[in-house]
Design a protein around this ligand. Structure first.
Ligand SMILES: [Zn+2]
Length: 96
């Protein structure tokens, strides 16, 4: 698995529900469960931000997860193959 340090400081749109460990994440501030912005910070922590601007640290995720799941629309992914695989898993309509 690549170190993915290059992912630090990036962010991506995450419009579908966020399922982590079999549970759908909801915003503790307003209860929404989709349309997130996902931030990857320099300390490898992942933060979720909802449409209303509430930010929540997500301890179940890290930069490696970010790399694996950021799709080809993002500027960085470890390899093209990796990016495409992530996109197909999470965004099936982009998988052609
Ligand atoms: Zn919220």
């Amino acid at each position: 698995m690549p170190s993915c340090q290059e992912a630090a400081g990036l962010m991506m749109r995450w419009q579908q529900p966020h399922v982590i460990g079999g549970e759908v994440r909801t915003c503790p501030g307003c209860g929404v469960y989709q349309d997130w912005i996902v931030f990857c910070l320099r300390d490898d922590s992942i933060w979720l931000r909802c449409r209303a601007g509430h930010e929540t640290k997500e301890p179940g995720l890290d930069a490696v997860w970010y790399c694996r799941n950021s799709g080809p629309v993002d500027r960085f992914h470890p390899t093209l193959e990796e990016g495409l695989r992530g996109a197909r898993r999470w965004r099936p309509h982009l998988g052609h």
